[in-house]
Design a binder for this molecule. Sequence first.
Ligand code: SF4
Ligand code: MSK
Length: 625
Amino acid sequence: MAKKDLDITELSIWNDATKMLAKAKEDGIETAWDRLQQQTPHCQFGESGICCRICTMGPCRITSKSPLGVCGANADVIVARNFGRFITGGAAGHSDHGRDCIEALEAVAQNKAPGYTIKDEAKLFRISDELGIPTDGRNALAVAKDLALEFFEDYGTKKGRLAFINRVPEKQQHLWKELGIMPRGVDREIAEMMHRTHMGCDNDAANTMLHAARVSLADGWAGSMIATEISDILFGTPTPRKATVNLGVIKEDQVNILVHGHNPIVSEKILEAVNDPELIAFAREKGAAGINIAGLCCTGNEVMARQGIPMAGNHLMTELSIVTGAVELIVVDYQCIMPSLVQVGACYHTQMVTTSDKAKFTGAQHVKFEMHNGLDQAKRVVRMAIERFGYRDASRVHIPCAPVDMVTGFSNEALLSALGGSFDPLLDAIKAGKIRGVVGIVGCNNPKYKHDHCNVNLARELIKKDILVLVTGCVTTAVGKAGLLVPDAISQAGPGLKKICGALSIPPVLHMGSCVDNARIMQLCALLANKLGVSMADLPVVASSPEWYSEKAATIGTYAVASGITTHLGHPPNITGSKLVTDLAVSGLNDLVGGCFLIEPDPFKAAAVIDERIISKRKALGLTA
Ligand code: SF4
Ligand code: MSK
């Protein structure tokens, strides 16, 4: 059946996006929205999670006429297994990123990483003290080596406990032990899920779901947390700084390089290379006014939070950034990088460069980054971008808008310092109802939604209700473009939040980093719960991922829920083919861990549901609604 023409104005709330979508159409370029239309309607078996491809007696699909797979597995077992593997994919992504960070720290400690250093020595010593690693009278590299070893141990099975487990409030730890979901080691939980979901193993859906929670906890409290903490140690802990956002950060007269992916190990070196005087001179020789670097997705969050590098766009803006015709090169590491970028780039003069052997893209040039050659490879990539500048067709360049200002860099350390060295003022504001609650809005874009409509409107609605919003990942770009990440945005906040944020000169929506940095939000919740002597489930805190798409986002949502934090999602994972699994996700988990999933696609209704949850938590703590 012929598909209708897409109404571009309905695809995104942003002018920069719709203008580039119109240009893409003119230039004959297909985007994610076009491909979504080609893929719609989606397979109902896949969407509800009742297709099993685990063995070759199948694949099996569950229907009313054939309620069991060839082996006898029912819909509950199949849905739980599929969900378990989905969560495991996300945990593996974050945690392998974390492992790369440990290897980087170890290489620095062994003097095998020229150009990389320890930028935040105080944090290195603070975390080492926290984990019982001797620091007195020792030099930073010796301590870093021990810390790297300690973190490597988190991936194995021998130690049987996570390094950061003492950050988790005792009540929560106790619950996890009782339920048998205390994570023992990152790789162990991941491998065990693959084992459990092999044909003929865990054929009890609830039991599989509990292990999914355990896998996700290993991600949240180890893989992701380790990635965040090491990135701070190596590249500096974020502090508040100004940045700019949207496609207007791409400069017409400069060589434009976009960094995309997740791990700052590559992007930090690219950033160093673009400031190399020889390369700047080379760019001028080629007729450019300079070299401009901007971020996409989570790599964008990493370099923005630490260095104030401008952010070009979130997930659904990655193809559209190339459509400006002014991007010479996109350099990527891994995760959330659409393979289509190679084809879109080929329609212009944009070179795509991959850097990790884990994420090669057919048609892209591979420049392998290793710890011993990071800066050299970065210079090579920047030189390639400058060479591409000569191939730019000025008649095809269109930069659709001027950038918007934002403030970034609210690590927990930065928040603590903004609060005067103690979290007590934040707790006092919560107790007094000036800040009624805290919501972390995190995650992605998904072309099934009007781009950023839910991300932005949910944040707006919540701050009106005196709820402090913390953002990470691709939501950051959305709220940044909406002007919510500047102190002036307090004009849109309720009276209590306006007063507190106004006094501290901070925005009512705080940017805390990339996807792995959701670990910062977990740590903050744990700190607040410990101070109050309650469990994380007792806090007036909710998480949300309105426009999520990735396995990683589902894993984040699951570790938040397993940690006691109710999590709103715009749409459910592919679990609706099992009543048992769906009921567990949206209510049953609440009885077990104190949190569950709330599903609501409408951001205004979602804000009301989240608010109800916050009211009930406040009342249970004896606070006014
Ligand atoms: Fe079918 Fe069972 Fe094999 Fe799955 S494991 S494909 S349900 S026979
Ligand atoms: S990049 S997981 S689209 S937030 Fe972390 Fe954005 Fe979601 Fe990827």
